[in-house]
Design a protein around this ligand. Structure first.
Ligand code: PLP
Length: 407
């Protein structure tokens, strides 16, 4: 095949590379994978069909892949001290789907966090397939503290007798007490799934309490705070291993994406290095400093701060909605996402919140003082949103800021 055949796509790739290099990325679910992770996910490992699990494959020529997958499994086991690991899910949502289909019957009750309060689509939101298959009961947060109220969850669990309780969120900035969730699940005879999609990197290095030992099953993504390739992982107690593995393959998928499985192994090795602990500590410090600075400037930060890599701002107080703020900031190459907040009265497409995360910008080596600079850039952009010339000059400052960060 001719080299560099697709010049159209090449141009788009270059554009995207520039966006990633020049822009400030504060999207809480994103990160930058290392060059080594990207090299492996775009390697010769793309070319092979690999179905089944190590030692039991449905194609010939899988010897190397047995070793790669086993390496990935062993590394995840050692990081999280998990009994059993499946590294094949293509995504976090698919990991969750495999768990539900393996352990529940259609019509069973799931007790999970409401999307509007910080939960995830795949936990049973109206527009998700899970809503059609299962009876979803949602818990929210406390109307005053905006934190999880374990008494409310216990009362709901006693009332609805769920088959499965899910802990885990996409937009929640405080410690999640997995032990308490396990006690509630125990009390009502429910299974307990901890979805640590966002928290995996923090949990891996002990900066957030681990659900291992408390949860029956744990699902995660490898591309958020874990800083690896896009993908999912399932960890579980031995007694659920066979059911879950079988449901994922052959139940739900054919060939695993072995390039991604290998890249997950690389990411797991990186997570085991001492530098990764320092990185995650900086992620949390950066989020805390940024949240403080927002509050100093008069923004309403939900829960008054953060224990992890992200926080939510209620932008109603400045007379805008989350969509407007997202668009203003995008116009100066600062990327955040609009987010519903608990008790939101605005529609989902223009909710009242924005979510700010520090995993990606900390990968670009941002420190606390950089976070203060960034928050002031955001504040100025918002306050000058009707002044195109000011916005243009802020955009130039954003590019200069990123150039200095990488220098
Ligand atoms: C991101 C996320 C997922 C799903 O991840 P995808 O890979 O996008 O499917 C699942 N659960 C939670 C809590 C998440 O934040």
């Amino acid at each position: 095949m001719k080299k560099n055949l697709d010049i159209q796509l090449q141009a788009l790739l270059e554009k995207e590379q520039l966006r990633q290099r020049q822009g400030i990325n504060l999207i809480a679910s994103e990160n930058y994978a290392s060059q080594e992770v990207m090299n492996v996910s775009g390697s010769v490992l793309c070319n092979k069909y690999v179905e089944g699990y190590p030692g039991l494959r449905y194609y010939s020529g899988c010897g190397v892949y047995d070793q790669i997958e086993q390496l990935a499994i062993d590394r995840f086991k050692s990081i999280f001290k998990a009994d059993h690991v499946n590294v094949q899910p293509h995504s976090g949502s698919q990991a969750n789907a495999a768990v539900y289909l393996a352990l529940l019957q259609p019509g069973d009750t799931i007790l999970s966090m409401d999307l509007a309060a910080g939960g995830h689509l795949s936990h049973g939101h109206k527009v998700n397939w899970t809503h059609q298959f299962y009876n979803i009961v949602s818990y929210g947060v406390d109307p005053i503290s905006y934190q999880i109220n374990y008494d409310q969850i216990e009362a709901l669990a006693i009332a609805c007798k769920p088959k499965l309780i899910i802990a885990g969120a996409s937009a929640y900035s405080r410690i999640i007490d997995f032990e308490k969730f396990a006690q509630i699940a125990d009390k009502v005879g429910a299974l307990f799934l901890a979805d640590i999609a966002h928290l995996a990197g923090l949990i891996a290095v002990g900066l957030h309490p681990s659900p291992v030992g408390f949860a029956d099953v744990i699902t995660m993504t490898t591309h958020k705070t874990f800083q690896g390739p896009r993908g999912g992982v399932i960890m579980c107690k031995q007694q659920f291993a066979q059911k879950i593995d079988k449901m994922l393959m052959p139940g739900m998928q054919g060939g695993a994406l072995m390039n991604h499985v290998a890249a997950k192994a690389v990411a797991a090795l990186q997570v085991s290095q001492p530098e990764f602990l320092l990185y995650q500590k900086q992620v949390i410090k950066n989020a805390q400093v940024a949240a403080q600075e927002c509050m100093k400037l008069g923004y309403r930060v939900l829960t008054g701060g953060t224990d992890n890599h992200m926080f939510l701002i209620d932008v109603q107080s400045i007379g805008l909605n989350g969509r407007q703020v997202e668009e203003i900031l995008e116009s100066v190459d600062i990327f955040v996402n609009r987010n519903a907040i608990a008790f939101d009265r605005q529609p989902p497409l223009s909710p009242s919140g924005i979510r700010i995360g520090t995993a990606a910008i900390t990968t670009c080596r941002a420190q606390e003082s950089d976070m203060i600079t960034i928050i002031h850039l955001i504040d100025r952009a918002i306050k000058n949103c009707n002044q195109p010339q000011v916005l243009d000059s802020i955009k130039e400052e954003v590019h200069a800021f990123m150039a200095q960060l990488f220098s």
